[in-house]
Design a protein around this ligand. Sequence first.
Ligand SMILES: Nc1ncnc2c1ncn2[C@@H]1O[C@H](COP(=O)(O)OP(=O)(O)OP(=O)(O)O)[C@@H](O)[C@H]1O
Ligand SMILES: [Mg+2]
Length: 270
Amino acid sequence: MPTTSTQFSATPFAEKTFGVTVTNLTKKFGSATVLKDVSLEVKPGEIFCLMGPSGSGKSVLLKHIAGLETATSGSVRIGDFDAADPATRDKVHLALVFQAGALFNSLTVYDNLALYPREHRQCNEAGIRERVMHALSILSLEKAAQKFPSELSGGMKKRVAIARALVMEPQLLLYDEPTSELDPVMGATISEIIATLREQTAVTSIVVTHDRDLAVNIADRIAIIMDGKIRATGLKADFRNPTDPQIADFLTPVIDLKNPRFKQLENNHE
Ligand SMILES: Nc1ncnc2c1ncn2[C@@H]1O[C@H](COP(=O)(O)OP(=O)(O)OP(=O)(O)O)[C@@H](O)[C@H]1O
Ligand SMILES: [Mg+2]
C-alpha cells in the first residue's frame, strides 16, 4: 500500500509551474454543443477539481487543456502558451492520466512507463530504469513491472497510469477520474498521492472527478460543470452546504424510493 511519506521529489521535477486560463471556450461536435462559453482560471500550483454529471463535458474540457481537441471558439492558455499549439508540448511538461488508463496492451508495465523518456531521449537506460522504478515504488507497483496491462486489475491500471504520468516529471498534471472503479481505501490513497505530489513538487493539478470525498479533502477550488456550462466555481468550503438545488442534488443525492428519479424522468417525457 503506498504511503504519503514517500519522497516524490527524489526525482527532481522541473521547477516552473504553470496556471491554466480557459476563455469563452465553446466546442461543437456536429450539431451538438458540448462546451458552452466555458471560462475558468486555474492558478499555478493549485489542485483544481472539476466536477459534474456524466456527459457534462469534463473529459472534453480536459482534452482541450491537453491540446488533444481543437476549440470551435475561445482559447485555452497554459501560462503564456496556447494549449492548442503543438509546440507548447515542448515548453510545458504536461501529463494526462486518462479515464481508462490508455496503456499500451502489447507493452509491459515497465515499457509503458519507459516509453516517454525513451522517445524523448531524456536519459540513458540506467537513468530511465531509476525513474521508472521510482515511480512504480511510489504507487506500490514494483512487482507489476513485468506484467502486461491485461494481467492487472482496474485499480492497478489506474495506478500504472498515474505512475506513467510521474515519469514524465510534469509541471501540469491532468487527471480524468483517477479514483473511479477503485475501492474506497485505494480511492483515498490516490487522493493522498495527488495531494502529496502537489505539496512536494508544486505541480498544478486539474482533477476531473465524481468523487466528492476527493474534492472536499484535497481541492483548493472546485468548479461544477453541467450541460457544458460552468454552473459554479469556488473554494471547497463554498460547496459544503450548496444553496443551488441542482448542485446540492449532484453532490449529495437523496435516494427517494417514494419519488424516484426515473419516474420523474418518465413524467417529464409524457
Ligand atoms: N469525439 C467526440 N465526438 C462526438 N461527441 C463527443 C466526442 N467526445 C465527447 N463527445 C460528447 O460530448 C459530451 C461530453 O462528453 P465528455 O466525455 O466530456 O463527458 P464527461 O463529463 O467526461 O462524462 P463522464 O463523467 O461520463 O466521463 C457527451 O455527450 C459525448 O457524447
Ligand atoms: Mg469523462
